[in-house]
Ligand binder design. Structure first.
Ligand code: 0RA
Length: 649
């Protein structure tokens, strides 16, 4: 930094700027969610969102993202370039204002259509405050401008460094290692978000290049995304491994009362509902008024059509709202000028006016579709009738289970070895594959706070079973009874009384082999479909039993992977020519009770992986792929991953 700049007059403005940035650095989590993996990646999304806005305004076609060798990030776009002229009110370059003043991003350009924005919508100045170094370059009006910052503080005034015949904005930032727990970017995480953004904002070219890695041809690893048809293709992508009952995805793209509404939906032969919703490109995991509007529009329109078509005449019971969404995969995306986010994770849209706008859009377009496509319409109605019939049967099965569990006193399953502690926040339950491993776990556990529920072999694949089969399944009934929550489907909020949950750690414990991972996946699928709030609230975990036991005399050590094993062997040998016995654990059954306690159960030494859903649409796709009919993608996935998608270590 030059002396000249350092001695700049310290105006009231400068102090305000510093205070703003200081606030971000003091409480980063308030602005970007957290300082872990999520927050770190959030910085990238925040910068990309500005370019997406420029694209939505119709001025930008290409957005390219780079993970550089040193884990810094570069985002480039070919938009108009951030304005560099004097900002009258602030008395400095508009570029500097955008980069250094909280919430200034783009807002001063009143005419612009600013709707995109990360979950926290905090703007690029936040990224600047949380970067040890950031450089912005703007190509505009034939000139190239630049400015650099350290922890958000400009190192010199915006300066001209050359001429250009292009326009655009380039931002490179290095996340501050003194703020973030980890500053290594994950290519796959950025890829998933860019793919999603490409579908949500059709006709924008997005790319991500990983400059840390080269492929077999010696090129940097790179992925490109472009979607001509937006949500229509998104739904097709999500349902790739399911069988559609319609010839084409139903697609609605319109505007009502100033709210742009985009919906794509298709029915498949499965029994699950996969409805995902977005507001301003943000996944609204908790739903809200736009989702309510979609459901209302869908139910009313289909009900009316079915009534008028006479197809419901023979039905002896009422159709419920859920029945219209069985086997439905849909995405709803709305853009709202001033979104109000509510709910526990601030991902529930609150704006009341949006319900009617979406409901009417959906009604109008769907009515038109049904009239134009009587053959498809009939298939949908028949699917709904089937769902209603099955639900009727499921209700009977469910009532039976619940009545029985009331009759048997405590209602706890006989196979459960419960713990003595009653405070759920202190209690853990291990769902263990097989009776024999269950027996070992029962001996090895700390009975004060650890309960064991053995499960017999393969559990039901809920992805393919009809609901009443799920509720009749012994293992599943046992799980519901042991957990203490009542049986319900994933949006039966009224029924899933999660406050009755008896354990705040629900741990899936299976063998560390392909079979074990398959069983774990079945269990996670069950949780995902029927007990999603448990995952969302962070109650679900996976145990990690060791893979190897190394023995040299009395020296016994456990290892969790091959690298660790090889290192440990070297260490135990200590350069001498001695024999280390390597035992590969094929299953939990090969461990005795105290070994299991030492490695997998004892909170002091074990590692539990918490199951999280970072990207609900992607999780849904992975589960349907893993559990669906098509074996090849499943095998490829299991072989390629062995561990799970969507799991935070
Ligand atoms: C406000 C006004 C104008 C451009 C932008 C913001 C802009 C911001 C970003 C952030 C990343 N890329 C961007 N591209 C453009 C332009 C106003 C005008 O030229 O009339």
């Amino acid at each position: 930094m030059s002396e000249e700049n350092k001695n700049q007059e310290y105006s009231a403005d400068n102090i305000q700027v510093l205070e703003g940035l200081e606030a971000v650095r003091k409480r980063p989590a308030m602005y970007i969610g957290d300082i872990g993996m999520k927050g770190l990646h959030h910085l990238v999304y925040e910068v990309i969102d500005n370019s997406i806005d420029e694209a939505l305004a119709g001025h930008c076609t290409h957005i390219d993202c780079f993970i550089n060798e040193n884990n810094s990030i570069t985002v480039t776009d070919n938009g108009r370039g951030i304005p560099t002229g004097m900002h009258e009110k602030e008395g400095k370059s508009a570029l500097e204002v955008v980069m250094t003043i909280l919430h200034a991003g783009g807002k001063f350009d009143k005419g612009s259509y600013k709707v995109s924005g990360g979950l926290h919508g905090v703007g690029v100045s936040c990224v600047n405050a949380l970067s040890s170094d950031l450089r912005v370059e703007v190509h505009r009006e034939g000139k190239i401008f630049e400015q650099e910052y350290k922890i958000g503080v400009p190192q010199y005034d915006v300066r001209e460094i050359g001429t250009t015949d292009k326009t655009g904005t380039f931002v490179t930032f290095q996340p501050d290692a003194s703020i973030f727990e980890d500053t290594v970017y994950h290519f796959d995480i950025v890829v998933a978000r860019l793919r999603e953004l490409a579908y949500l904002n059709k006709r924008i070219n997005l790319s991500i290049t990983d400059k840390r890695r080269k492929d077999d041809e010696g090129e940097f690893v790179k992925e490109e995304f472009y979607s001509e048809e937006g949500l229509k293709e998104f739904v097709a992508f999500l349902d790739e491994t399911r069988d559609s009952i319609l010839e084409e995805v139903i697609y609605i793209d319109g505007e009502k009362d100033g709210v742009p509404v985009e919906v794509a939906m298709v029915y498949n032969t499965s029994y699950t509902e996969n409805v995902h919703s977005y507001v301003n490109n943000i996944n609204t995991q908790e739903g809200g008024t736009h989702l309510a509007g979609f459901k209302r529009g869908l139910t009313r329109t289909l009900k009316k059509y079915a009534d008028e078509s006479g197809l419901l005449k023979k039905l002896k019971f009422e159709i419920s709202g859920d029945d219209f969404r069985e086997g439905l995969t849909a995405i709803i995306s709305v853009k709202v000028m001033e979104p109000q986010f509510e709910g526990q994770t601030k991902t529930k849209l609150g704006n009341k006016e949006v319900t009617t706008a979406v409901s009417q859009s959906v009604s109008d377009m769907l009515t038109f579709y049904l009239e134009e496509n009587p053959e498809q319409a009939k298939r949908i109605v028949q699917k709904v009738i089937l769902a209603a019939t099955a639900r009727n049967a499921a209700n009977k099965a469910r009532e039976l289970v619940q009545r029985k569990s009331v009759l048997t006193g405590s209602g706890l399953p006989g196979k459960l070895s419960d713990c003595s502690e009653k405070d759920p926040s202190k209690c853990e339950i291990f769902l263990v594959e097989g009776d024999s491993a269950g027996g070992t776990a029962k001996q090895g556990r700390d009975r004060h706070f650890q309960a064991i529920l053995p499960l017999r072999g393969k559990i039901l694949n809920v992805e393919k079973a009809m609901q009443h089969k799920v509720f009749e399944n012994e293992e599943i009934k046992n799980m519901f009874k042991a957990l203490g929550v009542s049986i319900g489907t994933l949006d039966d909020e009224r029924e899933l009384n999660i406050e009755k949950l008896r354990y705040h750690k629900v741990v899936v414990m299976t063998d560390a082999d392909i079979d074990g991972s398959h069983i774990a996946t079945l269990l996670l699928t069950f949780f995902f479909r029927f007990l999603k709030p448990l995952i969302e609230q962070g109650y679900v975990y996976i145990a990690t039993p060791p893979l190897y036991l190394l023995k040299r005399g009395k020296d016994h050590r456990y290892c969790w992977d091959e690298d660790q094993r090889d290192l440990m062997i070297q260490e135990m040998k200590g350069g001498k020519d001695v024999n280390v016995i390597i035992q590969r654990y094929k299953g939990l059954g090969e461990m005795n009770a105290s070994q299991l306690w030492d490695t997998t159960l004892n909170p002091e030494f074990r590692t539990l992986k918490q199951v999280t859903i970072d990207n609900a649409a992607e999780a849904d796709r992975v589960f349907s792929m893993l559990m669906g009919d098509e074996v090849p993608p499943r095998r490829a996935f299991i072989e390629a991953n062995a561990k799970y998608a969507n799991i935070d270590a």
